[in-house]
Design a protein around this ligand. Structure first.
Ligand SMILES: Nc1ncnc2c1ncn2[C@@H]1O[C@H](COP(=O)(O)OP(=O)(O)OP(=O)(O)O)[C@@H](O)[C@H]1O
Ligand SMILES: O=P(O)(O)OC[C@H]1O[C@](O)(CO)[C@@H](O)[C@@H]1O
Ligand SMILES: [Mg+2]
Length: 320
């Protein structure tokens, strides 16, 4: 394999640039030319493809976002869009592609693979919602950003005797909420994977105030309901709380990647190129117990299940 493409797709995630840099530099060391496909599958279909050299990826390791830009492009779910993508790749003499993105992006990569075009996936999403891997690229940075925000929120909540409901991202997964909630001593962590009892949350908050706490922090995963709705539900049962909601939003997705995400991005990117040069396709690089492993897209979609760390959610209840 002499020429490969690399793209980022779906929501950007801190560490994607580290992965792109590793694809380019490990590729060069293996004698492979690397081409950027910008703006995800939209750019692929529209032929936004250009050569990337070692120099082009200098100074990006420590930068958030993605230098290749990203897009959501539902048209790629249709066969017509996919075949246009394959056509563009052939036109540019590209023989394999590394797709850095989330589960949706992997569906796109799998479709290219099904059309006979070699693809390898790198799990790049803040949501940590991909089956088979302990962590996705960007999750660690996002959790650290959220924890910093929660520490700030606690300061102001404590100054006013308030309860604050903080909505965090994660789509249908509660991982960001679990990790950031445990790290900041949240009085409650509400996630999609576990039913919650509003009366228990209210009791815990009241007990906390009765024991001398001057604030209550509820970390709510966006996949459950909007923060304003949980505030409404709490007030419906007990209107005595001084309560506010905070939606952290896209601040969670930006910023410099942590060392962990830089290392993960570098390891994932390098391994992805190696796999293409070994003639592999339809696989995703993943990390299990600190080792880089691979899983088939098919298994990620059909056989493996993403397991949120529910024991950490349980643990938090003993610590509040
Ligand atoms: N079933 C599918 N078949 C082909 N392509 C798909 C499919 N689903 C998604 N894609 C492509 O992948 C892109 C990204 O998917 P999606 O918006 O779900 O984000 P993601 O990769 O899961 O990342 P994140 O969840 O972190 O935002 C879509 O805009 C579309 O171009
Ligand atoms: O940036 P957008 O397109 O609004 O998407 C937001 C979604 O993307 C993510 O940030 C990453 O998948 C989710 O946590 C969130 O639900
Ligand atoms: Mg996704």
């Amino acid at each position: 394999m002499k020429r490969i493409g690399v793209m980022t797709s779906g929501g950007d995630a801190p560490g994607m640039n580290a992965a792109v840099r590793a694809v380019v530099r490990r590729g060069e060391s293996l004698g492979v030319e690397v081409y950027a496909i910008t703006n995800g599958y939209k750019g692929l279909v529209e032929g936004e493809i250009h050569r990337l050299t070692s120099n082009d990826v200098g100074g990006i390791l420590n930068r958030g976002g993605t230098m290749l830009f990203s897009a959501r492009y539902p048209e790629f779910k249709e066969k017509e869009g996919q075949l246009k993508g394959v056509e563009q790749l052939k036109k540019h003499g590209i023989e394999g592609v590394v797709v850095i993105g989330g589960d949706g992006s992997f569906r796109g990569a799998q479709s290219l693979s099904n059309h006979g075009f070699p693809t390898i996936g790198v799990p790049g999403t803040i949501d940590n919602d991909i089956a088979g891997t302990d962590y996705t690229l960007g999750f660690d940075t996002t959790v650290n950003t959220v924890v910093e925000a929660l520490d700030r929120v606690r300061d102001t909540a404590g100054s006013h005797g308030r309860v604050l409901v903080v909505e965090v991202m994660g789509r249908d997964a509660g991982d960001i909420a679990i990790w950031s909630g445990l790290s900041s001593g949240a009085e409650a962590i509400v996630i999609p994977e576990k039913p919650f009892d509003i009366n228990q949350i209210i009791k815990d908050l009241k007990d906390g105030f009765a024991e001398g706490k001057n604030q209550g922090l509820i970390v709510l995963a966006e996949g459950v309901m909007p923060a304003a709705e949980l505030v409404r539900q709490i007030q419906e049962v007990d209107h005595t709380f001084n309560i506010r909601e905070v939606v952290l939003g896209h601040i969670q997705r930006g910023g410099q990647p942590t060392a962990r995400d830089r290392v993960l991005g570098s390891s994932f990117g390098a391994r992805a190129v190696e796999l293409l040069t070994e003639g592999k396709t339809g696989l995703c690089v993943e990390v299990v117990d600190e080792e880089i492993v691979t899983n088939k897209f098919d298994d990620i979609f059909n056989n493996l299940k993403h397991e949120p760390k529910l024991h950490l959610h349980e643990l938090n209840k003993f610590l509040i």
